[in-house]
Design a protein around this ligand. Structure first.
Ligand code: IPT
Length: 961
C-alpha cells in the first residue's frame, strides 16, 4: 500500500554531527549511583536514564500478555518464545481478581488459573515480567477485574473506604504472596510491580488523587514482600503519583493510545495526534526516573457490532509503529511496553460488555516492532543519550522534516519524521549529522540506513542495515581502508579522510560488502529484514542483556525461529515454517560449524566463501482431516423447561430483598430483582414472577439491564410475550408487552431470560459504574399491584458458590442446560432427541441445547489453529432486520464464544489446542436462544483450520489436552 507513505514517514537515523546539537539537549547529565534508588534490594535499580539489572543497564522492551485469555498453560511458553523472538525482553501481565475470588473470602489460583507455570515459562524463555495485579485492572475484563460481589460493597471502590479495603484484602494478600515468590530477588522473572491501574482521574465527590489510598495500597504490597520497584501508569502524563507527590511510586510512567480505538477508519491519522510535549512534561514531572511507557498502543479493542479486528490491525499497522514508536524513542523511552502483542479470547464470559469473545486486539506478534526492538537491544548508547528538542531545518535542508536528536557522550541518534506527521508526501532531504556508533570495535561514523542488528564473531563484525524501497543511503566507517563488494553489486565506495563511505540505492536484492578486513555489512530492504531473526545460543532462561554479541545468531529464515544451541560444532535451531524455507546463518556465526539441525532434523548445508551457512528445510504439507459438523449426529434437549407449567422453581433464590445492598442504583421495584444482589454475576439470568391474576392485567413493562448488546425474552406461563433482540449500543432496555387475557383467580408465572454481558469497568474512582446492576431493574404489571408479585431468581448454579471449579467462576450462565452441567463433556444424553444440530434450529422463541462429539487426529509436528465458524450471510449489518438469535459455543466444557447473529461482528471463534483435544475426542455443545416468535436456525456451523505451520514446539504438546 501507499509507497509514498512507506517511504517518507520516519527513519531512525544515524548521521554527521552538527555542533549545535549539544546546546539543544536540555538539562546537563547527572550521574546518580543507581543503588541509591533501591532501598529494598539491589538487583533492580534505576537512575534517570534506564533500569539496571544486577548493575547493568537494560532497555526494557516488552508487551502485555494475559494468560487468563489463553487458558492452556502449556501454550504460554509458545507465546513467550514468540514475543522474545521479536527482540523483546519483557512481558507485563494483569491478574483478574474476578477469576480468582468468585466468592468473597475464597481465593483460588489453580489449574488454568495458576501462576507458577506462567512464571516458569517466562523464565524459560528469558523474559522479564512486570506484575500488574490491580486490584483494579480495567483490561476489558468484566468489572475491570472486579468480582461481582463488589456490587454489594456500599462505599466507593478504589478508595480508602473501609468496606472496599475489607473486600479487597483477601485478594491482595493471596495474589501478592504468589507474585512475591516470583520476584527476581527469589530467582523469578518479576522485576517491576504496578499497584492499581491508570489511577489518573477521579470523580469530584471523592478525594482524588488520594494519597492515603495509594500509600495504603503500596504499604500492603510491601508488607506482603514486594521488594522490586513500584511503577504506575497514568492514562496520560498528568503527574499523578510521580516522585515528589504525596504518594510517589518509584518509577513514574504513563500510557498512550494516540490513535484511539477508531477501527472503523483504519487509515485515519488525525492531525496533531503525534505527541510532541512528552519530554518537557517528563522533565517537570519526574526528571530522575527513566522514561517509561507502560501501555503504548499496540492494537485496539473492538465493541459488539464493531468493525472486526482486521481493521484494528490495519489502523495500528507497521506504519503506525514506525512513526509512533520511534517518536517514543525520540523522548528517550527506555522502558517501553506495548499493549498488546498477543490478545487471546474472552472465553467463559470474562469480557466486559464493550467487547465480544475475541480479544484479538489487532495484535502483532511479528512485525515492524521486531526491527526496532532488535536495534535498541544492540545500541546500549541509546540508554544514556539525552533527548533534545524537535527541530526542523536544523539538521536537514527542509522544514518539512522534523529531527529529534538524542545526544550521547559519544554516540548520537536522530529520529526523523515528516513535520506534518501524517503527510503522505515523498520528501527528499539531506541530513548533517554524526553518530559514532560502535559495532564491535568498528566506528560507524554515520549511517542514513537503519541498523537491524550487529554481532561480533571472533575478529569479524557483521552488521545488518536496511532502508525503504529505492531510498538512497550512505554509511561511513572511520579509519578503514576501503570496501569491496562480496555479494551483489551497485554499492559505490569512496574514501574521505580515512573513512570508507558506502552509498547505494535500496533494492530487494541483498548486497554484502566488506570494509577493511573484518567488517561485513549486509544491506537489505525493509521487507527482507522481516524474515530475519536474532536468536541467542545461551542456555535456556538467559536474558537478552546477558548475551554478548557473539552468542547470538542472525538467522534468515521464514515464519519463526524460536531457539538456538551450539554444541560440538552443531547449530541446533528450533522454529516454525509455513513453506519450504531456506535458512541461512548470516555472518556464519561461528567457525568450525560442521552440522546444522532444524527441529531436530539434520540438514545438508553449504558454506559460502565468506562463511555464511545455508540449508533448506522442506515443508511437508500434512493431510488435515476435520469433521463436517453438519453430518455428525447431534443430540438435542430443550433448555427452557422453566416456562412449562410443570416446572418448579422452589429451589431458586427468593428475590425478596426489600433493601438493596447495592446503594449505587435506585431501587424502583418492591424487592431487588437484579442478579448481583443474590450472587449471580455471569452469563445469563432468569427471573420468575408469580402472581394470581385478577383478570384486569393488560400489559407488562420490563426494564432490564444487561450491558451492551444484551438481549432478553419474556413469557407468561408458556405464552411468549416478546424479546429485546439487542443492539450494539444499548445496555438497558424498556419494553411494554401486551398480555394475553389472564383468567381471574388463576396462577401465572412470568419468566424473563436476560443476557449478562459482563459488568462495566470502574475506570473513574468515585463513579462506581461497576455497580450498575444486571437483570430486571423495573417492571409494571398494568392492572395489578406490583407488590403482589413474588419473585425468584437464578443465574449460574450456586451463584458465588459456583460449581465449575475447573473453568472458574464466570464460565457458566443461568440457562437450564448450564445449571445441569450439560455443557461439560459427556452429560447423560440417552433420553435426548436425535438431531441434525443447531442448523436444524428451534421452531419457537426459547432455548435449544445441542451436543455432539467427534475425534480429531491432527498431524503431529504442526501448529494448525482451528476455529468454529458460524455462517452469517448478513454479517456486519448491525441493527438491521436480521433474525435475532444468540449462541454459546462450549468446547470440552469451556465457553469459547458468544455468537450474536443480529449484532456481530464475530463469526469465527478460534479454540486453542489444549482446549480442543487434537488427538482424541471432543465434546461440543451449542446453546441456541431464539429471540423471535418463529424461533431460530443457525445458518451454518463449520470447523475450519487456519494456516498450517510446521512447528518446532511439537514435543512440548505430546501430553496436551
Ligand atoms: C487502558 C487500560 O489500562 C487497559 O487495562 C486497557 O483497558 C486499555 O486501556 C485499553 O485496551 S485504559 C485507557 C485507554 C483509558
Amino acid at each position: 500500500m501507499k509507497l509514498g507513505h512507506l517511504f517518507s514517514k520516519v527513519a531512525l537515523l544515524l548521521l554527521p554531527l552538527h555542533t549545535d546539537a549539544l546546546a539543544l539537549s536540555g538539562k546537563p547529565h547527572q550521574f546518580i549511583v543507581p543503588e541509591k534508588r533501591a532501598p529494598l534490594q539491589n538487583i533492580i535499580t534505576w537512575d534517570e536514564d534506564s533500569l539496571f539489572v544486577h548493575g547493568k543497564r537494560i532497555m526494557f522492551y516488552g508487551g502485555e500478555f494475559h494468560p487468563f485469555r489463553l487458558p492452556v498453560p502449556s501454550l504460554w511458553l509458545d507465546v513467550f518464545q514468540k514475543i522474545k523472538a521479536l527482540g523483546y525482553n519483557g512481558v507485563s501481565f494483569y491478574s483478574a481478581w474476578t477469576l480468582h475470588e468468585g466468592k468473597q473470602g475464597s481465593f483460588s489460583a489453580e489449574g488454568v488459573f495458576a501462576w507458577e507455570p506462567f512464571f516458569d515459562a517466562a523464565k524459560k524463555a528469558g523474559v522479564y515480567l512486570i506484575a500488574r495485579p490491580g486490584p483494579y485492572i480495567n483490561a476489558e475484563v468484566s468489572g475491570g477485574g472486579f468480582p461481582g460481589f463488589l456490587q454489594r460493597v456500599r462505599s466507593n471502590l478504589r478508595t480508602p473506604d473501609e468496606d472496599y479495603q475489607e473486600a479487597s484484602r483477601n485478594y491482595i494478600e493471596s495474589i501478592t504472596r504468589i507474585i512475591a515468590k516470583a520476584q527476581i530477588t527469589n530467582g523469578g522473572p518479576v522485576i517491576l510491580f504496578q499497584p492499581e491501574n491508570e489511577y489518573t482521574l477521579g470523580a469530584d465527590s471523592i478525594v482524588f488523587p488520594d494519597a492515603d489510598y495509594m500509600n495504603g495500597l503500596m504499604q500492603q504490597f510491601r508488607d506482603l514482600g514486594i521488594v522490586v520497584p513500584f511503577i504506575n501508569n497514568v492514562a496520560f502524563p498528568n503527574g499523578v503519583n510521580a516522585p515528589g507527590t504525596d504518594a510517589p511510586v518509584d518509577i513514574y510512567g504513563h500510557d498512550a493510545y494516540p490513535l484511539g480505538f477508531d477501527c472503523a477508519n483504519p487509515s485515519r491519522w488525525p492531525d496533531n495526534a503525534i505527541p510532541t510535549n512528552w519530554r518537557d512534561l517528563h522533565m517537570e514531572q519526574s526528571p530522575n526516573t527513566p522514561y517509561m511507557l507502560v501501555e503504548f498502543q499496540g492494537g485496539a479493542f473492538d465493541p459488539w457490532g464493531g468493525n472486526g479486528f482486521e481493521k484494528c490491525a490495519a489502523l495500528l499497522n507497521h506504519e503506525f509503529e514506525r512513526v509512533f514508536y520511534k517518536n517514543n524513542f525520540g523522548v528517550g523511552c527506555t522502558i517501553f511496553n506495548v499493549y498488546m502483542p498477543f490478545g487471546g479470547s474472552n472465553w467463559g464470559n470474562l469480557g466486559h460488555p464493550g467487547g465480544y469473545s475475541s480479544y484479538d486486539y489487532g495484535a502483532v506478534i511479528t512485525d515492524e516492532a521486531k526491527l526496532m526492538a532488535n536495534f535498541l537491544q544492540v545500541s546500549p548508547a541509546y540508554l544514556t543519550a539525552e533527548p533534545g528538542r524537535n527541530t526542523s531545518g536544523l539538521y536537514t535542508d527542509t522544514n518539512a522534516i522534523t529531527v529529534t536528536p538524542l545526544i550521547g557522550n559519544k554516540t548520537n541518534f536522530y529520529v526523523t519524521r515528516q513535520t506534518r506527521y501524517n503527510s503522505l508526501d515523498s520528501t527528499s532531504y539531506k541530513l548533517r549529522l554524526q553518530t559514532n556508533y560502535d559495532v564491535g570495535g568498528f566506528n560507524v561514523l554515520y549511517s542514513s540506513a537503519e541498523i537491524f542488528t550487529w554481532k561480533k564473531y571472533g575478529s569479524r563484525t557483521v552488521v545488518v542495515v536496511y532502508g525503504g524501497p529505492n531510498e538512497l543511503h550512505e554509511l561511513a566507517v572511520s579509519n578503514t581502508s576501503g570496501g569491496t563488494a562480496v555479494e551483489g553489486s551497485g554499492v559505490k565506495f569512496s574514501n574521505r579522510n580515512g573513512n570508507t563511505i558506502l552509498n547505494w540505492e535500496t533494492g530487494s536484492t541483498r548486497r554484502v560488502v566488506r570494509v577493511g578486513q573484518d567488517l561485513y555489512i549486509v544491506i537489505l530492504d525493509r521487507n527482507s529484514v522481516y524474515s530475519h531473526w536474532v536468536v541467542s545460543t545461551l542456555p535456556e532462561g538467559s536474558y537478552t542483556h546477558d548475551s554478548t554479541a557473539s552468542s547470538d545468531l542472525i538467522v534468515k529464515a521464514g515464519y519463526l525461529i524460536r531457539t538456538a544451541e551450539i554444541s560440538s560444532g552443531t547449530i541446533a535451531l528450533t522454529g516454525d515454517i509455513n513453506a519450504t524455507t531456506e535458512i541461512e546463518i548470516i555472518g556464519g556465526g561461528h567457525e568450525n560449524i560442521n552440522s546444522f539441525t532444524f527441529n531436530g532434523e539434520k540438514l545438508q548445508h553449504t558454506k559460502d566463501r565468506i562463511g555464511f551457512i545455508k540449508a533448506t528445510v522442506p515443508f511437508k504439507a500434512p493431510e488435515v482431516k476435520l469433521p463436517d459438523l453438519s453430518s455428525l449426529s447431534w443430540k438435542y434437549t430443550d433448555s427452557l423447561p422453566e416456562i412449562r407449567n410443570s416446572y418448579s422453581d422452589a429451589a431458586w433464590t427468593d428475590a425478596d430483598h426489600a433493601e438493596p445492598s447495592n446503594t449505587y442504583w435506585n431501587l424502583t421495584t418492591p424487592t431487588v430483582l437484579w442478579g448481583g444482589e443474590y450472587g449471580y454475576h455471569t452469563g445469563s439470568l432468569i427471573t420468575r414472577g408469580h402472581f394470581t391474576a385478577n383478570g384486569d392485567e393488560s400489559s407488562l413493562l420490563l426494564n432490564v439491564s444487561g450491558g451492551s448488546a444484551f438481549g432478553f425474552s419474556a413469557w407468561v406461563n408458556e405464552t411468549y410475550l416478546g424479546s429485546w433482540p439487542g443492539y450494539d449500543l444499548y445496555s438497558i432496555a424498556n419494553i411494554t408487552f401486551t398480555l394475553p387475557n389472564l383468567i381471574s383467580g388463576k396462577k401465572y408465572v412470568l419468566t424473563i431470560l436476560s443476557d449478562h454481558m459482563g459488568y462495566f469497568g470502574n475506570w473513574f474512582p468515585g463513579y462506581n459504574e461497576m455497580k450498575t446492576p444486571r437483570g430486571v431493574i423495573g417492571y409494571e404489571l398494568q392492572g395489578h399491584d406490583a407488590a403482589d408479585v413474588k419473585w425468584k431468581i437464578t443465574g449460574n448454579l450456586g451463584g458465588e458458590n459456583f460449581k465449575d471449579r475447573v473453568q472458574g467462576p464466570l464460565n457458566e450462565g443461568g440457562m437450564w442446560a448450564e445449571r445441569q452441567g450439560y455443557h461439560l463433556p459427556s452429560p447423560p444424553m440417552k433420553d435426548w432427541e436425535d438431531s441434525k444440530g443447531p442448523t436444524a434450529g428451534i421452531s419457537k422463541a426459547g432455548v435449544g441445547f445441542f451436543t455432539t462429539s467427534f475425534n480429531l487426529d491432527m498431524p503431529k509436528g504442526y501448529d494448525i489453529p482451528l476455529s468454529f465458524v458460524f455462517a452469517n450471510s448478513t454479517s456486519g449489518t448491525s441493527g438491521s432486520a436480521v433474525l435475532a438469535y444468540r449462541c454459546q459455543l462450549f468446547v470440552n466444557g469451556y465457553q469459547f464464544g458468544e455468537y450474536i447473529n443480529n449484532i456481530g461482528p464475530q463469526t469465527s471463534f478460534p479454540v486453542p489446542e489444549g482446549i480442543l483435544n487434537y488427538h482424541g475426542t471432543n465434546f461440543v455443545a451449542v446453546s441456541l436462544w431464539g429471540l423471535e416468535a418463529e424461533g431460530a436456525r443457525v445458518e451454518g456451523l463449520k470447523l475450519v483450520h487456519g494456516p498450517i505451520i510446521q512447528t518446532g514446539s511439537w514435543e512440548r504438546r505430546e501430553d496436551a489436552y
